[in-house]
Design a protein around this ligand. Structure first.
Ligand SMILES: Cc1ncc(COP(=O)(O)O)c(C=O)c1O
Length: 403
């Protein structure tokens, strides 16, 4: 079945009829697997995929057989991988803040299984201390900065290489680079990976090392909105073609979040109220901007792909779709055509698989976090997380307010 088509959406919801509560996310695993297979095919054997799990941690388990590396950026993300029993050889332990106690414990329990990234001289020293205490050698990538707080500049990178050359506990096996998301221009990505490759060759000569890996996050584009050309496939094809021609003697690892996760996600919210105020038709839903997130979207200036369920044949009327937060910015769509909209109808937001479940302002208004479901044709709809209350996180625990 084709990704994100109308019938599929109704099928998925029918699969959960009776048990289905909104707001909710559904991650369609068939679409996810189809996506990964197609991305892998386009890049060919030259490239290894690394899933940046910050895009959607719920996909770690489903992806663990298909994806060779997982970029993990916090102790919480690491615990999610432990819970999913992910093979720690697949973990690239990244992140701009690595805390001493956490690193000691990871190095103690998992030793050299994960790849560690180094984002500062201080992180290098910390990892070196941890590995020395355990009397082991760990493998690391040094992250080259793209002129922001992440990674190190060339001067510090070279100091680290110099020091590591004489150190038995940290082996630098390559470089890492990421400069941002939603890149519309394949030539920018090609230039970045070429520059990283050229720099790595220069370092190999100067420091008499041989790098095994270059890990690059291209920030590939996902088209979200109805009025834009669906350029994402063209950009992906152009970049993938160039990657087939790149000449690096080791492994090229591409870190990706959005490109892998976006298409498989549906965010489902129900209409709870309908009104007309000062000549504008409003449709209020039980979800909102705290739960669905499209990069580049503010104040519903652009319209993502939304489907009304059930489909009706009534005449269309245009609505401003608003969420349930106490802010005028909780706008999901403007002038959106709905047919005979009624409370209880569901609105399905497509391509909500990346950065919706993780990036929302989830604690605002203390509303419950949505339930999460996996769907596949074979297994149907399966609840993997119930709705979660957030009021507990916004309360003073064990203390009554004096009045
Ligand atoms: C270091 C790193 N790699 C990869 C990614 C994933 O980026 P994208 O979702 O654009 O593929 C991110 C996202 O923030 C990142 O910080």
């Amino acid at each position: 079945m084709e990704e994100g088509k109308g019938m599929r959406c109704e099928d998925i919801l029918r699969a959960g009829s009776g048990t289905f509560e909104t707001p909710a996310y559904i991650f369609d695993l068939d679409t996810l697997y189809h996506r990964v297979a197609s991305v892998k095919e386009q890049f060919g054997e030259n490239v290894i995929l690394c899933y940046a799990m910050k895009a959607n941690p719920f996909l770690v388990g489903p992806l663990c057989k298909m994806i060779e590396k997982f970029e993990v950026c916090s102790p919480g993300e690491f615990r999610i991988c432990e819970r999913a029993a992910l093979d720690m050889h697949k973990v690239v332990l990244s992140g701009v803040y690595k805390n001493e106690a956490d690193m000691q414990s990871v190095v103690h329990f998992y030793e050299s299984q994960p790849t560690y990234t180094i984002e500062s001289m201080e992180q290098y020293r910390l990892l070196k201390r941890c590995a020395t205490e355990e009397k082991i050698q760990i493998e690391a990538l040094v992250r080259l900065s793209s002129k922001n707080q992440f990674g190190v500049d060339k001067k510090v990178l070279e100091q680290i290489l110099e020091d590591a050359a004489n150190d038995p506990h940290v082996r630098i096996k390559g470089l890492q680079f990421y400069s941002g998301t939603q890149k519309r221009n394949a030539s920018q990505m090609i230039a970045e990976i070429d520059a990283l490759n050229t720099y790595s060759m220069e370092l190999e000569k100067r420091f008499a090392v041989r790098f095994e890996e270059l890990e690059y996050g291209p920030g590939l584009y996902t088209s979200y909105f109805n009025n834009e050309d669906a350029q994402d496939d063209i950009i992906l094809q152009e970049f993938a073609k160039a990657m087939r021609e790149i000449n690096f003697h080791g492994k090229i690892i591409l870190e990706m979040g959005r490109l892998i996760a976006a298409a498989c996600g549906l965010y489902i919210t129900s209409i709870v109220d309908i009104k007309e105020t000062e000549g504008i038709r409003y449709c209020i839903v039980d979800g909102g901007i705290h739960q669905v997130n499209y990069y580049g979207q503010t104040m519903a200036m652009r319209t993502p792909d939304i489907e009304q369920i059930p489909k009706r044949t009534d005449q269309e009327a245009k609505y401003t779709i608003c969420g349930s937060l106490c802010t005028v910015s909780d706008l999901l769509a403007k002038q959106f055509p709905l047919s005979g909209a009624k409370p209880g109808d569901m609105l399905v937001f497509k391509k909500a698989g990346a950065y919706s479940v993780t990036e929302g302002i989830a604690l605002f208004l203390s509303r419950d976090l949505p339930g999460v479901y996996y769907y596949s044709e074979e297994e149907g709809l399966k609840k993997v997380r119930s709705k979660q209350p957030t009021d507990i996180m916004n309360s003073v625990m064990g203390m009554e307010i004096e009045q």
